[in-house]
Each structure stands twice: as structure tokens, then as C-alpha cells.
Design a protein around this ligand. Sequence first.
Ligand SMILES: NC(=O)c1ccc[n+]([C@@H]2O[C@H](COP(=O)([O-])OP(=O)(O)OC[C@H]3O[C@@H](n4cnc5c(N)ncnc54)[C@H](OP(=O)(O)O)[C@@H]3O)[C@@H](O)[C@H]2O)c1
Length: 247
Amino acid sequence: MNNKSILITGASDGLGKALALELASRGYALALTARRFEKLEAIQQDLQNRHPGLQVEIAAMDVSRTDTLYDTILDLKTRLKKLDIVFANAGIAYAGKIGKSPLDNHLQVIQTNVNGAIATLDAGVRIFREQGFGHLVGTSSVAAYRGFPRNAAYCASKAALSTFMEALRAETYKEDISVTVLHPGYIDTDINRALDSRPFLIDAKKGAVMMANMIEKKVARSTVPVYPWALLAPLLRRLPTSMIAKM
Ligand SMILES: NC(=O)c1ccc[n+]([C@@H]2O[C@H](COP(=O)([O-])OP(=O)(O)OC[C@H]3O[C@@H](n4cnc5c(N)ncnc54)[C@H](OP(=O)(O)O)[C@@H]3O)[C@@H](O)[C@H]2O)c1
């Protein structure tokens, strides 16, 4: 046990689940949330078998129901006694051109990835101010660096989350609150398995180790993995629209 605790949204699968497994092996007490409660129960059972005595709390939480998040997160904090880290990770993607696909699908991406993350981080800040310390982490994306066709709402959602968290870091500058914005490239999870191309793909376990190291170092922001994405990010911003349109 290392006496640290983390709350993770979107912990039932993909990066959130992989990070939960990695941090459990590092001794973190966990509060795991997602919509699919039965998946959380299976992860809780697995972790308690592998790490007897480790505290793993779970709660069904749909981040798009923003008015419910504070109460659920406060309840989990009470169960864990304190929360060192709140990780706004839950997210969805929807591929479709604007005007040729249902508007509601694009708006749902914004509701989950932007409003859901903002409400998670808002709850985190309130709890951290009350307890006197804390660390906010969010999963943005390299998609934050440029708007790509068929993913307008997703790219916009990640740009919004990154900018929101940069502002949050400035707002909490004089408090004992840290802010880390992670920008993954392609990490093998359900969110991208249907894509034709996944350049520089890494597996979720490797991604989780990298993310856990970055969180423990409290980096302000980073691509995941760092390379080649840190070099490609400025390039993505400068590519002509004619090239982006072909992607
Ligand atoms: N994998 C990548 O290459 C990559 C790259 C850049 C950014 N990201 C970001 O990383 C985050 C995690 O994605 P992933 O790759 O792990 O995808 P994933 O395997 O599809 O997992 C998504 C997770 O988010 C949860 N979720 C979705 N909607 C939710 C909602 N309304 N309320 C609560 N939980 C919700 C899902 O749980 P339930 O369905 O049980 O609710 C699931 O646990 C996302 O924000 C994604 O945009 C991923």
C-alpha cells in the first residue's frame, strides 16, 4: 500500500481499466466508476483477489448526467477517507460527417467528453479545496491539436477539455492542487478498433504504465507516448486543409 487514492471515470474498460490495474499494483486505493456496474464488479473482484487488503470502491456513474456527479464522487471520497487524484477519463467517439449523420450523436460526444469531464473536475476541485490538496488529471487526445474530418465533435471535445484544464491549472495556481492533461495517440481499445488506420499504436497495458508514470510525476501536460506525438503535434496544427481533408 502507498496510502494514495485515485478516482477514475470510465474505469470499466480500455485505458481507465488498464490504469486501475497498473495503479492497484502500485498500491493505490481505487474508486472506479462507469455506467456498466457489472464490469466494475468483475474488476473489483479481480483486484481484490490479486491484491488482498487493497481498498477498491465502485459506483455506477454516467458522466453525462452532470447533476449527479458531485454526490457520487463525494460518497466515494468518504468511503476512501480522502482522494489524492480525480481522473476525468470517461469518453466516447462518434465518426460521421456533420450534416450527414444524426446531430444528437455529435451532441452526445460533447455532453460526455466536455460537460461530463467538466462536472467531474468541478467536483474534484470542490473536494480538494475542502481537504486542502489534490491532483486533477484528464484524458484529452492528440485529436485536440487539429480538427479531423468525420470527427469534428470528438476533436472539438478534446480541444475544449485541454483548454479547460489549462485554465484550471492557472485558477488553482496558488493552491495545493496539481493539474495534468494527457494527450494519448492511438492506444489499442474499443474506442478505435473499427478505424482503418491507427498509426504508432501501442497496447493498453503499455499506455497505462506511461500514464501512471506521468501522473506520479505530476507532469503538466504530455502526449502518450511522448514520441513521436510530441513532434507531430505542432506539425498537425500546420498541415494544409487539403491534406487534412484526405484523412
Ligand atoms: N484509446 C485511445 O487511443 C485514445 C486516444 C486518445 C484519447 N482517448 C480517450 O481516452 C478515454 C478512454 O477511452 P478508451 O480508449 O479507454 O475507450 P473505451 O475502451 O471505449 O472506454 C471508454 C470508457 O468510458 C466509459 N464511458 C463512456 N461513456 C460514459 C459515460 N457517459 N459515463 C461514464 N462512463 C462512460 C466506458 O464505460 P461504460 O460504457 O461502462 O460507461 C468505458 O469505461 C476517452 O476519453 C478517450 O477519448 C483514447
